[in-house]
Design a protein around this ligand. Structure first.
Ligand code: NG1
Length: 461
């Protein structure tokens, strides 16, 4: 039996006491090749969906209960009731990702009945091969799965690409239910990916373009073994960067308003010639003049933005969706802006390099991206730095952290003919010597670009 058939068999056995005909869903994880912490600025990203995924059997119920269990009994199960406002589980529960996707559908999907009593919950069993807390979007995969299973249980199937785009946007918005102020990369990659290609994603409006990977190379994931779940500390560090980037956009927006009478700048991604009518050179100069290198504190922010102290505090609070506590070292607006602007241009150039099949050039952008993530956005950690260095020495043409950072995985571009020696060297030097591990297959593996999420089959006993 193939691996997939074995997994389906496991799912069927775990669901054997439910007397249903099931639908089979597959929702992939994703790895971001380049464009880190750019999505929440409405700047582009270049991820791909991977052949690590969640398989799920789901069937509608007659009532409003949602019951989910993991085929691996260690992870247990959970249940909740559909409602106009679904109360979250305690922070950190994986059930919140399901609730996030479903809540957003109840709030926004216009073809659903408004009356909660008319909605149907579902029974579901899941089996995942996406490593958790690794920067491979195991969380967004649950959000998308929850939304798709809920829609399907209520007679709505996602068929055309227009619906997929809408669902990706809604799931991105929905995931904020869990407390992160994330962008829309994960949900878009998971829903819109195409087998065999990476995906360049632009935002606002959301649009995607498949990008072929260079012939003769593989994408390899290497986990640092540092888990970075988005619970309190990591979530705050992530959200802080989102606020710092919004502050950069506000400062530049204010400058453009005063100097050129241009308004409507909310995100760094708004700084385009199409939107402002300014040349790239004028935009770069405006950014230089509007954002000063030293860290910002509330009084200087208030002065630069032309608002009162109270208004500046409120503004920062609303960007972080709560009362934001000023970081001890102040807001690092200049460094974050420098990262996002340079990363934006690396994404554009990477897409070009890949179109031309130029793996070496793409690898150089990956390496530069890691340096910028480490020094300017400050989202790396010593283990990720060590692992990327070892990877390059072992023959990767590009190596960088991927996802939110602070731990989790690196993504590496490795030539096929060097794969065996690459695996050997990274295994020995990082996993055996640095981490004292004897086995590392589950930490170090190649992935291939996979299809987006889908309902694969119906009417399964
Ligand atoms: P992961 O790797 O899933 O934690 C997070 C965000 C993305 C993006 C990346 C950084 C969520 C759900 N995901 O991804 O939107 O900002 O970090 O590029 O917040």
């Amino acid at each position: 039996m193939t691996e997939t058939l074995l997994r389906i068999d496991r799912l069927q056995r775990a669901a054997a006491d439910w007397n249903h005909r099931f639908s089979l869903f597959r929702v992939p994880g994703r790895v971001n090749l380049i464009g880190e912490h750019t999505d929440y600025n409405n700047c582009p990203v270049l991820p791909m969906a991977v052949d690590r995924d969640i398989l799920a059997l789901a069937a509608p119920r007659e009532d409003q209960t949602v019951m989910i269990r993991d085929a691996n009994p260690v992870f247990g199960g959970l249940s909740f009731k559909l409602d106009y406002e679904i109360t979250p589980f305690p922070t950190g529960s994986w059930g919140n990702y399901f609730k996030a996707g479903i809540q957003e559908m109840i709030d926004s999907w216009r073809d659903l009945p408004y009356d909660i009593e008319a909605l149907r919950g579902f029974d579901m069993v899941i089996d995942s091969t996406i490593p958790p807390a690794a920067g491979m979007s195991s969380s967004s995969a649950l959000v998308v799965l929850g939304a798709m299973a809920f829609l399907s249980s209520n007679g709505i199937e996602i068929s055309d690409s227009g619906q997929r785009l809408l669902l990706a946007d809604l799931c991105a918005q929905g995931e904020r239910y869990t407390g992160t102020q994330g962008g829309g990369m994960d949900q878009a990659a998971i829903l819109l990916a195409e087998r065999g290609s990476a995906l360049k994603i632009d935002f606002h409006p959301l649009r995607t373009q498949p990008v072929k990977l260079p012939e003769g190379y593989r994408i390899v994931i290497a986990h640092s073994t540092v888990e970075a779940p988005k619970t309190q500390q990591t979530m705050e560090a992530y959200n802080r960067r989102s606020v710092e980037c919004r502050l950069a956009a506000s400062l530049i927006g204010r400058f453009l308003e005063r100097t050129y009478g241009i308004d409507g700048i909310g995100y760094i991604g708004d700084l385009t010639t199409e939107k402002t009518g300014l040349t790239p050179h004028q935009l770069a100069e405006a950014a230089d003049q509007a954002v000063l290198p030293s860290p910002y504190r509330i009084p200087r922010l208030a002065e630069s933005l032309g608002v009162s102290l109270r208004e500046a505090e409120q503004m920062v609070g609303s960007m972080g969706k709560r009362d934001f506590i000023e970081p001890d070292d102040g807001y690092q607006v200049h460094r974050r802006l420098a990262h996002v602007l340079s990363e934006w241009s690396r994404v554009e150039q990477s897409a070009e390099a890949l179109e031309q099949g130029d793996a070496q050039r793409f690898g150089e952008y990956m390496n530069a991206s890691h340096a910028s993530c480490r020094d300017l956005h400050e989202i790396s950690c010593p283990e990720l730095d060590e692992l990327t260095e070892i990877s390059r020495e072992a023959g990767a043409v590009g190596s960088r952290l991927t996802g939110a950072g602070f731990g989790g995985c690196t993504v590496n571009l490795v030539e096929n003919r060097r794969l065996a020696s690459y695996f050997r060297e990274v295994g020995e030097r990082y996993y055996r010597c640095s981490k004292g591990l004897e086995q590392w297959d589950r930490h170090l593996f190649a992935v291939d670009p996979a299809d987006g999420a889908a309902l694969l089959e119906k009417d399964i006993p």
